[in-house]
Design a protein around this ligand. Structure first.
Ligand code: HEM
Length: 551
């Protein structure tokens, strides 16, 4: 072709100018070919070296089936509904530790081995979160859930006192008041044979986290502006979709999810900013002596027991207050972690109570023992602590439907354990959902049996870990337990819970937090009360043991 062009030039078909342009094009094409060649060669060398290096590690650990380039992503078929069954099938087929190929020449380790879980989760060194947590970065930044190293340590130390017993005790009134609004809203559902309990509970949990931890009432249950709630759901879904199809970050901006995420983040961040601004204004008023004390903040400043957002706004590190961005990242983190997990746990627990009349009957006897016939009693901390059977019911629900189904860590250096050598950068995925359904520890694992928690022999602290374990366990676990007890106690004192008609089967999807794709449907009737007192002393004693094991 080149010769043809030279001949055309000779016979004056082209002038000099055109000839130079054509030659330049050829040079560019040559350069492009060389560059592509070099890149391909580098890729092949990288691939071979990586495979050789990988060969050193995890030699005796079986690998799941995988496909070229896409790895195990093909098994998920792009649908988050397939995540749990697919991962469980790997564990069932290959055992409690499985190598899973996530990208060409890059594998992760899927594990349910409780000894390995204990080794990693109890470590003060292995605290870095796995790569997929990065997909939350645009949303949660480096808040407590996603951060690591010194920043995480510092923030965990600052925030731990805001979940102190004395602070939580003040929150009970908030749980109760918002529970009352929920009870009123549920009245409209009485005539229905089936309704989804998740949305009203979700709004109630959002009101509770905003009013307690943030100290700001947003009245989500009354005004029903659920843009924030909807955006959180979609953001979680997007992050999970990115996890099962891990495209390189530079390709992400070419996908529709990138643009969806941008819109959602605007809504979510502006919600967090509004909460912070309102709080700052309120603090200014208080400092000017124009407002009284608030729930969630101890009157005596010297005791330094502030609720969460007061704590963040009052904190200085080396004399410098936290930046607005740092505060917003923590507000986003706690708002999400504090309402979505609890909404899931509450809905699934209520679903199971509705399905199991014997469990409901025992719960009611316990409520009557504590409150007599008082539907509208306002529980105090002592009452909530006394709800031992309800505690067992919540434990059992968290076992079957753990709002957080897996935990992830990344190794920052090569690591040896039990004769296995694990490479630096390896992502570890712990499928705790499967641990808590393991028949070895929980016979008849799919049955809802709260009494199983009376038997302490069943409780390996690294098998039953709905709130994780070790230094990175859930900071809000006591808050969550109290909130759930308060809300469930109120619901069952006011309503009889029944299964939906037609029967509703959950479709579980781990969109970061476990959800049911088709809702959590039940039906309710007004509860008719009879004056009966009942004592359940034996249940009280054993469940105290379970409680002390977990907390
Ligand atoms: C039933 C309710 C809840 C469940 C099942 C739950 C579960 C968990 C789990 C499993 C983790 C570890 C996550 C990981 O390692 O990736 C975690 C961490 C966390 N949770 Fe919860 N949680 C609940 C409620 C709450 C509440 C109410 C709050 C706040 C008020 C909260 C705030 C957090 C935070 C900030 C972290 C990160 C802690 C750290 O890394 O230091 N959670 N939670």
């Amino acid at each position: 072709m080149k010769v043809g062009i030279i001949l055309l030039f000779r016979y004056k078909v082209f002038n000099n100018y055109v000839y130079n342009i054509i030659l330049l094009c050829f040079k560019l094409i040559n350069m492009f070919e060389i560059t592509v060649g070099v890149l391909l060669l580098t890729l092949i060398v990288w691939f071979v070296l990586k495979i050789q290096k990988n060969g050193k590690f995890m030699k005796n650990i079986p690998a799941s089936n995988h496909y070229p380039i896409l790895g195990i992503a093909v098994d998920f078929l792009g649908n988050t509904e397939n995540i749990l069954p697919v991962l469980q099938s790997y564990i069932n087929t290959f055992g409690p530790m499985v190598k899973v190929y996530v990208r060409p020449a890059t594998f992760g380790l899927l594990a349910t081995d409780e000894k390995f879980l204990e080794h990693v989760l109890s470590s003060n060194k292995l605290i870095d979160k796995a790569k997929p947590y990065e997909y939350l970065n645009n949303w949660l930044g480096s808040g407590l859930l996603t951060s690591t190293g010194d920043k995480w340590k510092m923030h965990r130390r600052i925030l731990t006192p805001s979940f102190h017993f004395a602070i939580l005790e003040n929150f009970i009134e908030i749980f109760e008041n918002n529970g009352d609004i929920l009870i009123q809203r549920l009245e409209a559902e009485i005539p229905k044979n089936s309704f989804n309990i998740y949305p009203p509970i979700n709004l109630c949990a959002l009101d509770i986290i905003c009013e307690s931890a943030m100290g700001i009432s947003i009245n989500a249950q009354k005004v029903e502006t659920s843009d924030y709630v909807k955006s959180v759901k979609l953001m979680s879904k997007i992050a999970m979709e990115r996890t099962i199809l891990p495209l390189p970050n530079y390709i992400y901006p070419l996908t529709p999810n990138y643009y969806r995420e941008k819109k959602l983040l605007k809504i979510i961040h502006s919600h967090a900013n509004k909460v912070i601004d309102r709080k700052i204004n309120e603090l200014k008023l208080i400092n000017n002596g124009n407002a009284g004390g608030r729930i969630g903040m101890e009157a005596d400043k010297s005791k330094k027991k502030f609720a969460f957002l007061d704590m963040l706004l009052n904190t200085t590190l080396n004399g410098v207050p936290l930046s607005h961005r740092e505060i917003r990242e923590e507000v986003d983190t706690f708002m999400f972690a504090g309402h979505d997990t609890v909404s899931a746990a509450l809905s699934f627990t209520i679903f199971e109570i509705a399905k199991n009349p014997d469990v409901q009957e025992k719960l009611i006897k316990e409520q009557k023992r504590i409150f007599g016939d008082l539907k509208s009693a306002m529980p105090k901390m002592a009452h909530l602590n006394d709800m031992k059977y309800l505690e067992l019911v919540i434990f059992e629900s968290l076992r079957l439907y753990p709002p957080v189904c897996f935990l992830g860590r990344q190794l920052k250096e090569d690591h040896e354990w039990n004769g296995h050598l694990f490479p630096k950068d390896l992502n570890l995925i712990f499928l705790t959902y499967d641990n808590m359904r393991n028949p070895k520890y929980f016979p008849e694992p799919l049955k809802f049996k709260p009494e199983r928690f009376q038997n302490k022999a069943n409780l390996n602290p690294y098998v039953y870990i709905p709130f994780s374990a070790g230094p990175r366990n859930c900071i809000g676990r006591k808050f969550a337990m109290l909130e759930m007890k308060s809300v469930i106690s109120k619901i069952i004192r006011n309503y009889e819970l029944h299964p939906a008609n037609p029967v509703h089967n959950l479709k579980l999807v781990p969109d970061i937090v476990l959800m049911s794709k088709n809702g959590v449907c039940i039906s309710i009737k007004n509860r008719k009360y009879f004056f009966v007192f009942f004592y359940m002393n034996n249940i009280s004693a054993t469940s105290s043991f379970v409680y002390s094991c977990i907390f």
